[in-house]
Design a protein around this ligand. Sequence first.
Ligand code: NAD
Length: 475
Amino acid sequence: MAYPDLYLMIDGQRLSGGGRRTHKVVNPATGAPLADLPLANAADLDAALAAAQRGFRRWRDSTAHDRAAVLQGAARLMVERQEELARIATLEQGKTLAEARAEVMMNVGLFNFYAGEVFRLYGRTLVRPAGQRSMVTKEPVGPVAAFAPWNFPIGNPGRKLGAPIAAGCSVILKAAEETPASALAVLQCLIDAGLPGDVAQAVFGVPDEVSRHLLASPIIRKMSFTGSTPVGKHLAKLAAEDCKRTTMELGGHGPVLVFADADIDKALDTLVAGKYRNAGQVCVSPTRFVVESDVYEPFLKGFIDRAGRIAVGDGLDPASIMGPMANPRRLDAMDRLIGEAAAKGATLEMGGRRIGNTGYYFAPTILSNVPLDAAIMNEEPFGPVALINRHADEAAMIAEANRLPYGLAAYVWTADGARQRRIARELEAGMVGVNTGMIGGSDSPFGGVKWSGHGAEDGPEGIEACLITKAIHEG
Ligand code: NAD
């Protein structure tokens, strides 16, 4: 299958050429260029804003049935187009086809869940004397500007589009310039299912230019961002200038507390697969392994054994378990973070190097005895590296888990029921996995606390984040 042509999707029109600047999209498995992506200019963004205003007035009056029909129709089309979507995602992002197919189905589940939730956007009436009436209603917040990163090229755009559409908002999506074709393919499913072209649009550009332009406009009433904490803080400040609502899904540094009483084989099978999924470029990736002393040696050995069996290669090759990293920035970050940790005294148990001269491959890596002042213990590595340290007891393990300002996903492995509940309560995180790596689902809120952001996507909470509450009192 050939990689598709790229365009801006503004007011239902595919726009390209016209003297616009371009960005070269590259296949991370080979480093070869795939296509030129047109970048929006100021006039394009103004056209998108005007259409979003019109689209909002239209879509806020749509029936629950209209919205559900679009979401369900798009879900059906995504199932039909699963292979095509998955191949596009693998070509431009690098992940394996198996992971890309699963990502499509995750999005199908979310659209179907939201289609059901649309019928449950209830308000309420209050107790009042005869002749008076007071109501609390839910209304769509208004046009949304949404920024999606490259690590889940289908799932991130799906989340950013699905919730506003379910809530009755219009949305301008700026997906990552590295993975535009996946985002356009998701949007096309919605449009083919009947969504008007002014309700959901896709622009690409110089990220800072686009976000400043859209967030300066009073038309936009909500910003939704997924990406790094530094960019999130910058965008939150821009949104605050106009008191816009925000949903911020930022970075993490997932702690994993492993106690000696845990089922260590099950923990290792789950954690090694989770660590190297998408070459570690996952915000909820298990990263800091906080292991109780008694089980430290067998845990480390089991981790090394399993990680050593991971086949790294082109995501299109069915034999590959882990694909390349998505871009050369991540390779540079791995070299810097691993090199600095080793210089500070960490033990490099395996990996720690690039693979080959073509494509952006990096070996599955394990560091142990990592000093707490190493940058990698404080900065989200966002790569295929596990940090495994020994700890004396539960109190020290909880302190390490909560040491960082991040609070996205945290995991605990223990057979002790009382400890499971105690630790789940103590962990400062938006999502906690107890003896599992599965911490999401279309019906479950996905989001963090502290520097990992605020608000949630998925679940009823994802739609709620696109609604405002209005109290109406009749005398
Ligand atoms: P980055 O911080 O430059 O960009 C992160 C994302 O934000 C990208 O999609 C980018 O296009 C977008 N972005 C950057 N500047 C922007 C701006 N001014 N306005 C709007 N969007 C903007 O980093 P990167 O090199 O692309 O990714 C590296 C880091 O980003 C990782 O280390 C990780 O911490 C974080 N990240 C997090 C997630 C997540 O799921 N939370 C996803 C991707 C990247």
